[in-house]
Ligand binder design. Structure first.
Ligand SMILES: Nc1ncnc2c1ncn2[C@@H]1O[C@H](COP(=O)(O)OP(=O)(O)O)[C@@H](O)[C@H]1O
Ligand SMILES: [Mg+2]
Length: 286
């Protein structure tokens, strides 16, 4: 089943330039991690805000669990969790007090002591959030997004600005959440996240979709498997690249193997990063 079906979505900010989203269509499958990728300013956060009902006045159709999104009222917010890109916490209140406050906004909430332990914040729960490190705040934000045990979790750039340890904690939590059959919608420009987390991806650039695929198919479609050989040629170092197919029958490759002093041999696939640049025409890092 599709949790979201988005058809011909358009959006312009009331006071901004027109056409931030231009005719976007995609579906988000239940129990999957869906990645919306694209460079800064592409329209990722805007799409997420429209889907999570934080922005109204869009064009096109959005169905949530088979029903028009605009027909949902407050009950929609009981169903979804949102991890904001720039979370606002009460800095003078403790982690626990922050969560108690946000939990009070929902009808039903999880027992979040367990979640606090899982994200490694249990010991710090009585400390004011103002004293938390960036990583701790991001982890608290994750717990906050899960307070109502949502069916669908929206995360905007969940690992941006995190050190590898905190990023891993978060990614593991996302994977655990998915295992419970939940659906996760993330926006990101980080290829590591995509590779490790996403089932489906949609690339957008300047408000338009440039590619829709599974991560596997993306690699199949754009990926080239090849072998790169570096060898000595008198004083200089030469590099040659061969296709992996029929490598054992490749005379030039065999001749180099037999007659040259090999420095390195690497096999490789086109990385998602390369694919990204190809698909969006934009080279974007962090
Ligand atoms: N509140 C706003 N008012 C007007 N324009 C906005 C607002 N928020 C974002 N935009 C514009 O919409 C476009 C898409 O922004 P955004 O969805 O935040 O992109 P991304 O998340 O992919 O970086 C950008 O051109 C941005 O400047
Ligand atoms: Mg954004």
């Amino acid at each position: 089943m599709n949790v979201f079906e988005v058809s011909h979505l358009t959006y312009s900010y009331p006071k901004g330039k027109s056409g931030v989203l231009k005719d976007i269509s995609f579906a988000v499958k239940e129990g999957s991690v869906f990645g919306l990728l694209g460079p800064s300013g592409a329209g990722k956060s805007t799409t997420q805000k429209v889907l999570s009902k934080l922005l109204d006045g869009y064009g096109g159709q959005i169905a949530y669990k088979g029903k028009d999104l605009s027909t949902y009222g407050k009950e929609f917010y009981e169903d979804v969790g949102v991890g904001f890109e720039m979370p606002v916490h009460f800095n003078k209140l403790t982690g626990q007090e922050n969560l108690d406050y946000f939990a009070s906004l929902y009808k039903n909430t999880l027992d979040y002591q367990d979640l606090l332990t899982k994200v490694g914040l249990y010991e710090a729960k009585d400390q004011p959030v103002g004293e938390y490190s960036k990583g701790m705040k991001v982890r608290l934000n994750f717990v906050r997004a899960l307070l109502n045990d949502p069916d669908v979790l929206f995360l905007d750039e969940p690992t941006a600005g995190l050190d590898p340890t905190n990023a891993k904690i978060l990614k593991d939590l996302i994977k655990t959440y998915k295992k419970q059959g939940k659906t996760i919608f993330i926006t990101t420009h980080l290829m590591g996240d995509v590779e490790q987390l996403c089932d489906h991806v949609v690339f957008i650039n300047e408000g338009k979709i440039t590619e829709t695929s599974t991560v596997r198919d993306l690699k199949k479609k754009y990926g080239r498997r090849e072998v790169k050989v570096e060898y000595r040629n008198d004083a200089s170092l030469e590099t040659v690249v061969f296709p992996i197919e029929e490598l054992g029958k490749n005379d030039e490759f065999l001749s180099i193997l037999n007659n040259r002093e090999i420095e390195t041999i690497h096999s490789g696939e086109t990385t998602l990063e390369d694919i990204f640049i190809k698909v969006t025409g934009v080279d974007f890092h962090g």
